[in-house]
Design a protein around this ligand. Structure first.
Ligand code: NAP
Length: 474
């Protein structure tokens, strides 16, 4: 059975779900397409109220929703509750701001008439989402596109079916139309079939490079616009004028939050020579202080990884890194608990010919590099096929900003955590994907930006720039 919840703390199979039938898929597509046409006739105020209602329902059901996520993929209950609150914030933000952000835009032009861009919905979207933030990843696509008027079909990760159903249930509980979001337990082939359906007008995927390539290929073959939010090997640069007191309590959190399973986790710490030894000691002390245990227990500070497969993959990556010359500065010992725990680990002495140098490690493993100069830090940060986010620390924020601008990624934060908020665009460059979610950029991802030029009556004065036949008598 492809879709199943296996609690990664107890290793118990909680529930299994059959794949969607062809009939269920057809019913979902037809209902979503009908809703697209219905929404075209409605104004935004109705959906604004419905999206606020969804935010309220999420807050009211926070603890139950959080428990479902923790059971599906193991994250700390406290972090799961925070994720539900973030989802409510995203819903409120797009409910409050979309009407203004979707206003027609007037263009200055030499064309005769009033030129404007009107923003319309485009149709039904297929969204494919990962397990690491089971609600937040859905909400990043759902809230803006609900306001735009694009109904959505959801294919969630096979290991988080409980969360997929819980999110869908919140939408159904609200007064939003049922077809606003339909969860379908789809096989990969069924996802391809849905993408090929003429009623689908866009595809949004968050996930790995592998998943992204495959789904983007299906979208490309079928000429469907798509957004790709993929992996990262984000650098955390500590420049030589940094006060380590500022960094000590942040560095470990950027790696261990969500048990290190975050696309924008700091995966490569790039530290100036003069601070390297002290930085390592502090990171080790923080890593050593975490307490693995039941993720539902508020005392626990290290959650299990999402699955046995994830733990095995990470262990293989760490083993390969060591075989290729990496030093284990701290960690890599088994944790004596039945769940899928991985001890926070610090690797050093990773050279460019080590596979770890290029790979994303999706768990609590920090790579720490020593650099001799600012330029060496920038070069190392950019020596990656991925380009999602990053953090730069400096005693001089202006210097930090100057360095940040030279990092080839979609997002860089200077002297602080990386945060995800609805008003900030989220996304990367290189193999981390393309397009942005959230912010106005994300709102417009699946909008038809339609040009309308309206003249009072024809005017033949300005033919020079027009694609019109020249006068046969001139
Ligand atoms: P994944 O294997 O690519 O899975 C993501 C989603 O894509 C799942 O629903 C998966 O379904 C589906 N999928 C994969 N291959 C598919 C195919 N050929 N056809 C149709 N659907 C397919 O990613 P993951 O390993 O679970 O997630 C972790 C990755 O996501 C990391 O690389 C992380 O950095 C990245 N991520 C990126 C962002 C961002 O915003 N940039 C945010 C979070 C995570 P199944 O579960 O059924 O395989």
């Amino acid at each position: 059975m492809a879709y199943q919840t296996i609690n990664p703390y107890t290793n118990q199979v909680v529930k299994e779900y059959p794949n969607a039938t062809a009939e269920e898929i057809e019913v979902a597509l037809a209902a979503a397409n009908d809703l697209y046409h219905q929404w075209k006739r409605e104004d935004l105020a109705t959906r604004q109220a419905q999206l606020h209602e969804i935010a309220t329902l999420m807050r009211q059901n926070r603890d139950e929703l959080a428990k479902t996520m923790t059971q599906d993929m193991g994250k700390l209950l406290r972090e799961a509750q925070g994720e539900v609150e973030l989802c409510a914030m995203i819903a409120d933000y797009f409910a409050d701001h979309s009407a203004e952000l979707l206003q027609p835009q007037t263009l200055e032009t030499t064309a005769t008439g009033h030129a404007q861009i009107k923003k319309h919905a485009t149709g039904v979207l297929m969204m494919v989402e990962p397990w690491n933030f089971p609600y937040y990843q859905i909400m990043r696509v759902f809230a803006p596109n609900f306001m735009v008027g694009n109904p959505m079909l959801l294919k969630h990760a096979a290991i988080t079916p409980g969360s997929a159903l819980a999110f869908e249930q919140i939408v159904k509980q609200s007064s939003a139309p049922n077809a606003s979001l339909t969860n379908l337990f789809l096989s990969y082939d069924q996802v391809s079939d849905v993408i090929a359906d003429p009623r689908i007008q866009g595809v949004a995927l968050t996930g790995s490079e592998r998943g992204g390539r495959n789904v983007a290929r299906e979208a490309g073959v079928n000429l469907k616009k798509n957004t790709m939010e993929l992996g990262g090997t984000d650098a955390f640069i500590v420049l030589d004028d940094t006060d380590l007191e500022d960094v000590a309590d942040i560095a470990w959190r950027t790696r261990l939050y969500n048990a290190g399973q975050v696309c924008t986790s700091s995966k490569r710490f790039i530290v100036a020579d003069n601070l390297y030894d002290a930085f390592l000691e502090r990171l080790r002390d923080k890593f050593a202080a975490v307490k693995p245990g039941d993720p539902m227990d508020p005392q626990t500070t290290l959650a299990p990884l999402n699955s046995k497969k994830a733990k095995e993959k990470l262990q293989q990556q760490v083993n390969a890194a060591i075989e290729h010359g990496a030093t284990v500065y701290y960690g890599n010992e088994p944790i004596d608990l039945p769940g899928q725990f991985f001890q926070p680990t610090i690797l050093t002495d990773i050279q460019p010919d080590n596979p770890a140098y290029h790979e994303e490690m999706f768990g609590p493993v920090a790579q720490v590099y020593r650099v001799e100069s600012e330029q060496a830090a920038i070069d190392l940060a950019n020596d990656s096929d991925l380009g999602l986010g990053g953090i730069v620390f400096s005693g001089d924020p202006k210097r930090g900003e100057r360095v940040a601008a030279q990092i080839e990624t979609g997002m860089v934060f200077v002297n602080n955590f990386m945060v995800s908020l609805p008003e900030l665009p989220f996304g990367g460059v290189k193999n981390s994907g393309y397009c942005r979610e959230m912010h106005e950029l994300g709102l417009n991802a699946f909008v038809n930006e339609q040009l309308i030029v309206t003249a009072d009556r024809p005017n033949m004065d300005n033919l020079a720039g027009g694609l019109v036949a020249s006068d046969p008598e001139s």
